[in-house]
Design a protein around this ligand. Structure first.
Ligand code: DGL
Length: 255
């Protein structure tokens, strides 16, 4: 799940690593962006979505959303102690290990950057580096609208990236699952030696570990991936081919 289409960047990594698994995806686009909503609101949404996945018989759930993870993963773990749940967090640890300039930038939502979970992540892994955080309101809405390259988006993104470069960041963390879709645009804006990192592949590996530990890995073949959205299914049908591939399986998710 994700608040919208951002989690498709994680879904792609999961499908690459685990091609035998049948994938169900909920885009909560009727409630996007999560980044500016209260943790309580997000927890309610996640309870609703988790229940839906349970009803669908999902053997594991991935919160392919940093903002949902900081707000709700602890609550879900308490409710479903036996269910493999994978959350996301910005790649602070690998970035702190990789930076040469000692300055790391984080692009993420306001909700993620303001959370206690993110503060704890910095305490744990980033005590030796300078971390510049940059909330990016507006980016998620552009991507949800299928805009990956307009002049307006370019300007918005440049405004968020410039302060990081000015501060000397040589490593930029994409701390929101929507942002990997902006990699091509970002790559045009930062010098070639600035590393841009996200955690989609690491999350896929964590899912693989959890499933393997429990003997739950599928032997295949996978069913066609199925998609639900809490916004108008027609919107998702239009955007899916841009971010994923064409799919006939888009249904309405009861709001
Ligand atoms: N894709 C989400 C994340 O990883 C959040 C986007 C939003 O709804 O604000 O944080």
């Amino acid at each position: 799940m994700d608040s919208g289409v951002g989690g498709l960047s994680v879904l792609a990594e999961i499908q690459r690593l685990l091609p035998n698994e049948s994938l169900l995806y909920v885009a909560d686009s009727g409630h996007v962006p999560y980044g500016e909503k209260s943790p309580d609101y997000i927890r309610q949404r996640l309870r609703h979505i988790a229940e839906f996945f349970q009803q669908q018989g999902a053997k594991a759930m991935v919160l392919a959303c940093n903002t949902a993870t900081v707000a709700a993963v602890a609550d879900l773990r308490e409710r479903y102690p036996q269910w493999p749940l994978v959350g996301m967090e910005p790649a602070v640890k690998p970035a702190a290990a990789a930076t040469r300039s000692g300055v790391v930038g984080v692009l993420a939502t306001t909700g993620t950057l303001q959370s206690a979970k993110f503060a704890a992540l910095l305490d744990r892994f980033a005590s030796d580096v300078r971390v510049i955080t940059q909330p990016c309101p507006g980016l998620v809405e552009r991507i949800e609208a299928g805009d990956l390259a307009s002049a307006h988006l370019r300007q918005l993104l440049a405004g968020y990236v410039q302060p990081l470069l000015a501060a000397g960041c040589d490593t930029v963390i994409l701390g929101c699952t929507h942002y990997p879709f902006l990699r091509p645009l970002l790559a045009e804006m930062v010098p070639a030696d600035v590393a841009i990192i996200d955690t989609g592949a690491a999350v896929a590996r964590q899912l693989q570990r959890l499933l393997a530990e429990r003997g739950l890995l599928a032997q295949g073949p996978a069913r066609e991936s199925a998609f639900w959205t809490s916004a108008d299914p027609e919107n998702l049908r239009i955007i899916l081919p841009l971010l994923w591939k064409k799919s006939d399986s888009v249904q309405s998710f009861a709001v």
